[in-house]
Design a protein around this ligand. Structure first.
Ligand SMILES: Cc1cc2nc3c(=O)[nH]c(=O)nc-3n(C[C@H](O)[C@H](O)[C@H](O)COP(=O)(O)OP(=O)(O)OC[C@H]3O[C@@H](n4cnc5c(N)ncnc54)[C@H](O)[C@@H]3O)c2cc1C
Length: 560
């Protein structure tokens, strides 16, 4: 039962208040009204209930509407909307459940739009699009900062599962309250109340009743209704597999050019780029941008144009025996698709070092370009890996660093590296090869400071004050799910366009007189972009470029 209302002060955000809670002009209100309908509202009427799956958008013409954070004990008023102001936050774009309640406190009139009408308005009116998108995104950020949520996570900083769930909620822009078993006395009480033991952490309590013990990301998405608004059986112009930079770019261009787009993402939106702490070399961001920020913007942008994105629901199969093709979602529905873009990326092989991810971008790198070389100029560096990419990185870094330690677990390089590279490394006094050797620990604070490695023949461990480690252990493409429905190269990456030989096309039963378009696989209308494509340059910019280029070929296929 609500005992009292408490008003959150907005004084601290006065400078952003106008952007969070703008007031529309009469002319702008008329343009909104053209997409929906006007109706009277009475005092006490609840326009939106917390947990509602279908959330309309309201512009207040007259009267007052309070936005309330629901709670069994203390209902908190977040803001009161008056004439010209409007309801809505990030979930207007995602189609997810309401986290707040909207109730009429002064009778008057509102304009009501359903989500489809709102998306049409945003896509067609650039002035209102800017005002509404900015307000929705800033309001979601505020909800996250204030932990206005239907979820409590109970976990421990020492538990990998807790980190995974936190990352999943954060990268999905879903606010949550967190209780740490090691620090918060309330945490144990809460576990007792729900009859859960500490061994079950992470525990997620959703909407005050559903208790999930160490849930998979798929289970969390299901419980929070992340994908409820998406029709899994509707035939699509385009199904995109993977929501990394390549898939999101294809979604933005495809949806903005009028295609009916569904994106399937097995895990988190943003892909590998989303986990990069700072991307320094992406065009237009001279001071760098975190991967999460970049991909969160792309995620919102794709949804703004109407692309639907299923989270924690991946593609399990591609059936190409008839037209339209069918993409199977996990164990479930088959989505008919007139065209398909595969953007399922690759996973970098990573050595099993407990805190490797802590130093990613802060001493641990997966690429050796002039950017990284500049960071470690004149210092000693370690390279892990015995393949050609490791050899090329060693030769390159030896030009500008004091010493390169090349660590390989094998007895030598001859089985894994081209002969010419092996010779080049052997001739270079700045490169020291350590065979049968592996890193056992990385140490430091915000930046890597020390590396310990072990000689597996003698078990001797050495400690070196080295601040830069390059992991060059290769990448594994995410193509197993395809079950060879398209032609792959000898490393499992997808072959496209001119890389496909006549024999490969004949073997795949290529049915057309024309040859495959650039980025088209051995199946007409099925494209591959980004890291999953053979010969691709593994960079955010190339993934984005390929994702956008592929759309022009999709149009050609759909027109044929
Ligand atoms: C730590 C790190 C730092 C990096 N830093 C930089 C940098 O600074 N600059 C730069 O240019 N590049 C950087 N890169 C490289 C860059 O992140 C990649 O080249 C880029 O993310 C590739 O984009 P993508 O969309 O092709 O693939 P990914 O980003 O790998 O995305 C693929 C997506 O597909 C999903 N997926 C896989 N299988 C399926 C399936 N069956 N169904 C549905 N979804 C599926 C995955 O979960 C993933 O989300 C970095 C990479 C890493 C790992």
């Amino acid at each position: 039962m609500k005992t009292r209302d408490q008003v959150i002060s907005v004084a601290d955000m006065a400078d952003t208040a106008d952007r969070l809670f703008p007031t529309l002009t009469p002319a702008q209100i008329d343009r909104v009204a053209a997409h929906g309908h006007r109706r009277p509202v009475a005092r006490g009427e609840v326009l939106i209930e917390s947990g509602d799956k279908i959330v309309p958008f309201f512009v207040i013409v007259s009267g007052e509407v309070q936005i309330v954070r629901p709670s069994p004990s203390v209902a908190t008023v977040i803001v009161t909307h008056r004439a010209g102001q409007f309801s809505g936050e990030g979930n207007m774009l995602t189609g997810r459940r309401a986290l707040i309640e909207a109730r009429v406190t002064e009778p008057g009139e509102v304009i009501e739009l359903d989500r489809a009408q709102l998306l049409t308005l945003i896509q067609t009116d650039s002035e209102l699009s800017e005002i509404l998108m900015r307000a929705f995104i800033l309001r979601r950020v505020e909800l996250i900062a204030r932990h206005v949520s239907d979820v409590v996570l109970v976990g421990s900083a020492h538990c990998a599962g807790t980190l995974r769930v936190k990352e999943f909620l954060t990268r999905n822009g879903h606010p949550y309250a967190y209780l740490d078993l090691d620090r918060d006395s309330d945490a144990q009480q809460l576990l007792d109340r729900f009859r859960v033991v500490a061994a079950d952490v992470p525990v997620l309590i959703c909407r005050g009743d559903a208790v999930l013990r160490n849930p998979s990301n798929e289970r969390i998405a299901e419980c929070l209704g992340f994908n409820d608004a998406i029709d899994r059986t509707q035939a699509r112009d385009l199904v995109i597999v993977g929501a990394g930079p390549a898939g999101l770019a294809a979604a933005v261009y495809g949806a903005s050019e009028g295609l009916d787009v569904l994106v399937l993402e097995t895990n988190l939106p943003g892909g590998q780029a989303g986990s990069s702490s700072r991307i320094e070399n992406y065009l237009g961001f001279p001071t760098g941008i975190s991967g999460q920020e970049l991909t969160a913007r792309a995620y919102a942008q794709a949804q703004k144009f109407g692309a639907e994105i299923m989270i924690a629901n991946g593609a399990a199969q591609l059936a190409c025996d008839g037209q339209p093709y069918a993409v199977q979602i996990d164990e479930g529905a088959h989505v008919p698709a007139r065209a398909v873009i595969i953007a399922s990326g690759a996973e970098y092989r990573k050595p099993a070092i407990a805190n490797l991810s802590q130093f990613e971008g802060a001493g641990v790198y997966y690429a050796a370009t002039p950017v990284e070389a500049q960071l470690c100029g004149g210092e000693e560096v370690v390279i892990v890996g015995g393949g050609n990419s490791a050899g090329q990185a060693a030769a390159f870094l030896a030009q500008t660093t004091k010493r390169v330690h090349l660590l390989v677990r094998a007895a030598g390089l001859s089985d894994t590296m081209s002969r010419y590279l092996v010779r080049r490394l052997e001739d270079n006094p700045a490169i020291e090869l350590h065979t049968r050797t592996e890193i056992v620990s990385l140490e430091g604070g915000r930046q890597l400071e020390r590396v310990r490695w072990r000689d597996n023949r003698t078990q001797a461990i050495e400690t070196h004050d080295i601040r830069h480690v390059f992991v060059m252990a290769g990448a594994v493409p995410n193509t197993a799910w395809l079950n060879r429905a398209v032609a792959l190269d000898d490393k499992g990456f997808i072959k496209t366009g001119p890389d496909l030989s006549e024999e490969e096309l004949a073997a795949a039963g290529w049915p057309l007189a024309r040859v495959p378009y650039l980025l088209e696989t051995s199946r007409p209308g099925v494209f591959a972009v980004g890291d999953v494509r053979g010969g691709n340059i593994k960079r955010v910019a190339s993934a984005v470029g390929e994702g956008s280029i592929a759309i022009s070929f999709v149009h050609q296929v759909l027109r044929a």
